[in-house]
Design a protein around this ligand. Structure first.
Ligand code: ATP
Ligand code: MG
Length: 448
C-alpha cells in the first residue's frame, strides 16, 4: 500500500479523529487540522501529497481552500468531502482541480480506495516529469558498465558503497570518462532505485530557466511564467537528483543549492513559503572545483557539502586494460555489427592516449566499422584514424609548434580558436575540454 503525507481538514473533531487514525494506521503521515488557514500553513511547510477537505467549514470554505492549496502546489491531489450531495459543489470542485469527491455519508472503505488512487496519481505525475527529463538527457537507457582494470573496479566498488547511503556524492573526472554512467549506477544500486532519477545539466540552460527548473515557480513570477511549475527538487523528492556539470552552476543558485543541502528547504521563484525536499543529490563535474573556488566562481562551503563522498573516475589512458573490452562492447552495440580487428590495430587503440576518453573510443569504433573495407579492420586503418585525431602533437617529434615569440594573449586566442575548430565548433564541449566557462571562451575568441 502506498503512503505519503495526508492533510485532513475538517472542523468536526469526531470526523477529524476518525480519518486521522484510520489513515495513520494505513501508514500515512497525517496532518489533521480544523481550519483552512491552518491547512495552508501546513501545506506551505510540509510537502503534502493528498488532502482530504470538508466543504462546509466556518471561515474559509473547502472550495476556496482547494483553490489555494493548488496554487501552493498544483500537484497536490485533493479529495473533497461534502456534507450534502450538491451537484453544483461537486462540479465546481472538479473544475478547480479536485481529484474526486465523496458525499457524506460515505463508506470508509470507499474513501480508502479514493485516497489510494489519488496517491497513485501524485506518484505517477512525479514519475512522468522525471522520466521526461531522463529521456531528454540520458544517452542510452541503462548503459551497461564495462571494465576490468583495477582502477575501474575500485571506482565501481566505491560507487556501490556510496549507493547504500543517502549522502550527496560528487563525481569528478575528465570529459567522457563515464561520470553519468556512474551516476545512474549509484541510483540503481540505492534504496531509491524504484523512484525517479532526475538529471539536469547545469551548464545547458540560461540562469533564470535553470533556477525555475530546479526550484519551480509560481504563475506570474516572471514574464512567461503562465502557470505554476514544480521544481526538479520537488519532482525528485523521493528519488535522486543528478546535477550534471555542477561547476557551471551560477553563483546565485549555488547559495540556494547550499541551503537545500543544509536544510532540505527551498523556495520556488515568486513564492514566499519554503518547500521541503528529500531528494538525494548526486553532482558531477569535469572542472577543477578547487581552481574554480580560487577564481571566485564556486563556493567553498558548497563544495564541502557536495563532496562528502567523492568518486574520481579515472581517465581511460590510466586504465588501458579496459580498452579491448570497451572496443568489443561498442562493436557489439553498433548497428553495423561486430567485425574482426587485427591484433596490431588493438595494440594501437590500447596505446592511444584518449583525450576524449570512453566517448572518444566509442566514436572511433563506430568510424572504424563504417570505414572498414572488408571483414577485418586493419592496423593501417586504425593507425590512419588515430593519426588524424591525436597525431598532431606527435607529428613534429614533440617539438612545440612555435616559430616566433608572440604576446601570450594572441597565442591564447589562436589556441582557443583551434580548439573550437577541433571540437567541431561546439562551444560547450570546447569550454569543457579547455576547463573554462563558456563566457570565458567567448571572451577569448572575440576579435580584438
Ligand atoms: N565503463 C563504461 N562501460 C560502457 N560504456 C561506458 C563506460 N564509461 C562510459 N561509457 C560510455 O561512454 C560515453 C560517455 O560516458 P558519460 O556520458 O558517462 O561520460 P561523462 O564523464 O559524463 O562525460 P562528460 O563530462 O562529457 O559529460 C557514454 O556513451 C557512455 O555510455
Ligand atoms: Mg556527463
Amino acid at each position: 500500500m502506498s503512503t505519503g503525507s495526508l492533510l485532513v481538514v475538517d472542523d468536526e473533531p469526531h470526523y477529524r479523529k476518525l480519518l486521522s487514525e484510520r489513515h495513520g494506521r494505513n501508514g500515512w503521515a497525517v496532518f489533521p487540522t480544523a481550519t483552512g488557514a491552518e491547512a495552508l500553513r501546513i501545506a506551505e511547510k510540509a510537502s503534502i501529497d493528498v488532502a482530504l477537505i470538508d466543504i462546509l467549514m466556518p471561515g474559509m470554505n473547502g472550495l476556496d481552500l482547494l483553490e489555494r492549496l493548488k496554487s501552493i502546489d498544483p500537484a497536490i491531489e485533493v479529495v473533497v468531502l461534502t456534507g450534502h450531495a450538491s451537484v453544483e459543489t461537486a462540479i465546481r470542485a472538479m473544475k478547480l482541480g479536485a481529484f474526486d469527491y465523496l458525499s457524506k455519508p460515505y463508506k470508509l472503505s470507499e474513501l480508502d480506495v479514493v485516497v489510494e488512487r489519488a496517491a497513485e496519481r501524485r506518484r505517477l505525475a512525479h514519475r512522468c516529469v522525471g522520466l521526461a527529463a531522463q529521456v531528454k538527457h540520458l544517452e542510452g537507457p541503462r548503459d551497461p558498465m564495462v571494465g576490468q582494470s583495477a582502477a575501474w573496479l575500485a571506482t565501481v566498488r566505491l560507487a556501490r558503497k556510496a549507493a547504500a547511503q543517502t549522502l550527496p556524492v560528487l563525481i569528478t573526472g575528465e570529459s567522457g570518462t563515464g561520470k553519468e554512467v556512474i551516476a545512474s549506477a549509484l541510483h540503481r544500486w540505492s534504496g531509491r532505485a524504484a523512484e525517479v532519477l532526475v538529471p539536469i545539466d547545469c551548464g545547458a540552460l540560461p540562469e533564470q530557466l535553470l533556477e525555475s527548473e530546479l526550484f519551480g515557480h509560481r504563475r506570474g513570477a516572471f514574464t512567461g511564467a503562465v502557470a505554476d511549475k514544480e521544481g526538479l527538487f520537488q519532482v525528485a523528492s523521493a528519488g535522486t537528483l543528478f546535477l550534471d556539470e555542477i561547476g557551471e552552476l551560477p553563483l546565485a543558485h549555488q547559495a540556494k543549492l547550499l541551503r537545500v543541502l543544509e536544510t532540505g528547504e527551498f523556495r520556488p521563484i515568486g513564492q514566499t513559503a519554503l518547500r521541503r525536499t528529500d531528494a538525494r543529490v548526486i553532482a558531477a563535474t569535469n572542472r577543477d572545483l578547487d581552481a574554480a573556488i580560487a577564481a571566485g566562481q564556486f563556493r567553498e562551503d558548497l563544495l564541502y557539502r557536495l563532496n562528502v563522498v567523492t568518486i574520481a573516475v579515472p581517465p581511460l589512458r590510466e586504465r588501458a586494460e579496459d580498452v579491448p573490452l570497451l572496443v568489443a562492447h561498442f562493436m557489439a552495440r553498433s548497428k553495423t555489427g561486430a567485425c574482426d580487428l587485427e591484433p596490431g590495430g588493438m595494440a594501437r587503440l590500447t596505446d592511444y592516449t584518449w583525450p576524449g576518453n570512453v566517448r572518444e573510443l566509442r566514436n572511433v569504433v563506430e568510424r572504424l566499422l563504417m570505414l572498414a573495407e572488408g571483414p577485418v579492420i586493419t592496423e593501417r586503418l586504425v593507425a590512419s584514424l588515430l593519426v588524424e585525431r591525436g597525431g598532431r602533437p606527435r607529428a613534429n617529434g614533440g617539438k612545440p609548434a612555435f616559430d616566433r615569440v608572440m604576446p601570450l594573449a594572441d597565442m591564447e586566442r589562436s589556441y582557443v580558436r583551434w580548439a573550437l575548430d577541433e571540437c567541431g565548433g561546439n562551444v560547450t564541449t570546447t569550454a569543457r575540454r579547455l576547463g573554462i566557462s563558456r563566457s570565458t571562451l567567448y571572451r577569448h575568441t572575440a576579435p580584438t
